[in-house]
Design a protein around this ligand. Structure first.
Ligand code: AMP
Ligand code: MG
Length: 720
């Protein structure tokens, strides 16, 4: 199930209305809607006002068919045994009814929570479990200090309250009076349950899918991130609801839903507990802003939606140089994919969404780098050394459990932890032994043939940077450092559609002489998969505006970005560009590039569309040069610049200034770049013949055999 609207509530157990002027320690509500960067916050002076606001919001969202996840920063449950003692049943929602029957909470916040707590204490032997009240109350059943309680039999905390900063549910007064917030909050939520019936589910107690889902939250879970992202002088409560709502809205729907179902069916659970890294990454993703001065590839994450006018080109520009077009694309785009956590072993090809640090040093302990004999360096000297051997040996996974006395040696194998008393190892090949003594030539170098603990990576050091496309060696590193789960971006969904009346969708269908089989779609789908995107086949459509529009609608629903081919110029039959001009926000970029006609860039229902040329050669070149870095950026992996190599040309060519040119090329046996015999842009065979492209500069060029040229292998474009 997915949530469209995320509501985060910072609750209050105050006994009178909060100040008129928005203040801290009052009720704050933050609302984020999936897919938009905007987050609303509101301030409420009373619980009554806040509850009415929530009810109105829930009703509006339900009417609009939007699913709501609403989180509250007070406990939904009590330590095991409490519910049964109070209500006769272990079911926490039966307890909710019992509590709300007792609580009175007036519209001005006046309430009877201390009296209710004192009455609840009566159910238990001894004194407690509730404690904390104003001096004026003077009820002996409700002690003023926690230490005055005894014999009530309840545990102090729920399993999920054992996290840093969490307060026990029994405390009613002063700092973090969680107990009061819960008693008063549960009564209000019970009223909402009554009002919305089966349309409202309380997780993890209730498991049915409902339009409105309530969960318990603890904003302190991501306290450092909230502090880092808060606005200047922002009230902490406001920052908490704003940032947490935005973070939750960034999560993958599947993952968020799974999180709401975690935890204990009696005590309840704090949403996101154990997933702090993911929540923090999501929060940073929601608020990171681009730094216009920074000319490094931008790997910073930003809000999910692209602006409708993001592809606008200044008027009057006729031919855009390739580099200008790339810079413009780079600035227009940002990451759009949600985040999820994957086991390290399944994260290959995914993009890391947050920096991760080493959980443990590698190696964790000093150990031997070779097979040989270990001893204390201090007890050895120059000349021939004869050291008696201790019984036993040290091997990888079989540590030697005793100390090795000074002046003695031990048989030690590669990877074995250095036993106590050993700091130096002599290589087996440099020794002689009769099984009781080892002999070698001194002096040995101190710590020779040993590895220090943490010499590779120390615990707490940066291990992998966010934005990294995870490769096999990265998984080795993460695993070696004890990192079992990684926060990653979900794969970018790339839709591919071909257009043209002459196109037959696949070679398993007959083609009349005036028809051709679709070559672009399988090519672009394979490119997208090779770039670790989720390639979505949107099929072929004839040159009919209505059918093209319907297919783009489908693409906008199912994908993050659409690649079309064909019909992208400005001619009579160029229906894609005509349609995008009419109904989308088209920017036709006339790029000074050969091969390649204008690149049509547009937003369609909030989804970017790359209108590639129909010609397969131009379609491939434009995809490699423009779509690849753009898709990489949108996927969270940052802008990519293909690595090229300067090699001698094995061909001759004279080129005029004005347009950059890409030639289908491959390397000869001598490592020179040869180019395909024909530059005809319909020659698909040349694409397959080639192993890469030769890039000729925008300026004029005169190439003869031996002239250095830039060769970019297909592999540098991530083409496999
Ligand atoms: P267009 O951009 O629609 O004017 O098409 C330019 C050229 O590319 C024409 O010769 C088309 O027939 C050809 N073409 C367009 N789409 C494809 C495709 N999917 N597969 C192969 N050739 C295509
Ligand atoms: Mg066409």
């Amino acid at each position: 199930m997915s949530f469209d609207t995320i509501v985060v509530v910072d609750w209050s157990g105050a006994s009178s209305p909060s100040p008129v002027r928005p203040s801290k320690d009052a009720i704050w509500i933050g609302v984020a809607r999936r897919g938009t960067a905007e987050i609303e916050t509101s301030y409420h002076r009373t619980r009554h006002d806040a509850t009415e606001t929530l009810a109105t919001l829930f009703e509006a969202e339900r009417a609009a068919g939007r699913r709501v996840l609403a989180g509250f920063d007070f406990p939904f449950g009590y330590p095991r045994g409490f519910a049964e003692a109070v209500s006769g049943e272990a079911d926490p929602l039966t307890l909710w009814r019992a509590l709300s029957d007792r609580i009175e909470d007036a519209p001005d916040n006046a309430n009877n929570r201390f009296a209710v707590a004192a009455g609840l204490n009566d159910v238990f032997p001894g004194i407690g479990p509730f404690w904390g009240c104003p001096d004026s109350l003077g009820d002996p059943r409700l002690p003023s200090k926690g230490t005055l309680r005894h014999g009530h039999g309840m545990t102090e905390r729920r399993a999920c309250d054992r996290t840093k900063g969490a307060q026990p549910v029994w405390k009613l007064f002063t700092t973090g009076s969680v107990g009061s917030q819960a008693l008063l909050g549960i009564a209000r939520l019970q009223a909402l349950r009554h009002r919305f019936g089966p349309d409202l589910a309380v997780r993890p107690f209730e498991r049915h899918d409902a339009p409105i889902t309530l969960v318990e939250l603890f904003p302190s879970l991501i306290a450092p991130t909230v502090e880092a992202l808060a606005e200047d002088n922002e009230i902490k409560d406001r920052a908490q609801v704003r940032i947490l709502a935005a973070a939750l809205a960034q999560l993958e729907p599947r993952q968020l839903d799974a999180m709401t179902r975690e935890g204990d069916a009696e005590e309840g659970w704090i949403l996101g507990l154990g997933h702090e890294t993911l929540l923090e990454a999501a929060a940073r993703a929601a608020f990171a802003t681009p730094d216009p001065l920074e000319d490094m590839p931008k790997t910073d994450l930003m809000p999910p939606r692209l602006r409708d006018d993001c592809f606008a080109m200044p008027q009057g520009v006729r031919w855009v140089p390739v580099d200008d077009a790339l810079a413009k694309l780079h600035d227009a785009l940002h990451p759009v994919t949600g985040l999820e956590i994957l086991p390290t072993a399944r994260a290959a090809g995914r993009v890391l969404a947050a920096d991760v640090t080493a959980k443990r040093s590698n190696p964790p302990m000093p150990n031997s780098a070779v097979d040989g004999y270990g001893f204390a360096h201090a007890a050895t000297g120059t000349g021939v050394q004869r050291l008696p051997l201790v019984a036993g040996r040290a091997a990888a996974g079989q540590p030697y459990p005793h100390a090795v006395p000074p002046g003695h040696a031990i048989r030690i194998l590669t990877g074995a932890i250095l036993p106590e008393g050993v700091d130096t190892v002599v290589l087996e090949e440099d020794t002689n032994t009769d099984a009781t003594t080892v002999v070698f030539d001194g002096p040995a170098k101190p710590r020779a043939n040993t590895r220090k603990d943490g010499e590779d990576v120390a615990a707490g050091d940066p291990a992998l940077p966010k934005g990294r496309r995870l490769r096999a060696p990265d998984l080795a590193l993460a695993s070696a450092l004890g990192i079992g789960e990684l926060p990653v971006h979900r794969p970018l969904r790339v839709g591919v559609v071909s257009t043209g009346d002459e196109i037959v969708s696949a070679p398993d269908r007959p083609a009349a002489p005036h028809q051709i089989w679709d070559a672009n779609r399988p090519m672009l789908l394979a490119l997208a998969s090779g770039w670790h995107c989720e390639a979505v086949d949107l099929g072929h459509v004839p040159d009919d505006p209505e059918q093209i529009a319907a297919r783009l609608d489908e693409g906008a629903r199912k994908t993050d970005v659409i690649l079309t081919s064909g019909g992208a110029s400005a001619g009579d039959e160029d229906h894609v560009s005509a349609l995008l001009r009419q109904r989308g926000t088209l920017s036709s970029w006339r790029i000074a590039l050969k091969p390649g006609r204008p690149l049509a860039l547009a937003m369609w229902e909030g989804t970017p569309v790359f209108g590639l040329p129909g010609n397969p050669v131009a379609a491939l070149v434009c995809a490699l040069i423009f779509a690849r870095p753009a898709l990489s950026l949108m996927a969270g992996a940052g802008w990519t610049v293909p690595q090229g190599f300067t090699v001698p040309a094995a061909f001759s060519k004279r080129k005029k200034p004005g347009r950059r040119e890409y030639l289908r090329a491959r390397l000869t046996e001598e490592g020179h770049a040869e180019v395909f015999a024909s530059e005809g842009s319909g020659r698909i065979s040349g694409l397959s013949w080639a192993d890469g492209l030769v890039e000729l500069p925008d300026e004029a060029a005169e190439v003869t055999p031996g002239t250095p040229v830039r060769y970019i292998p297909y592999a540098s474009f991530g083409l496999i």
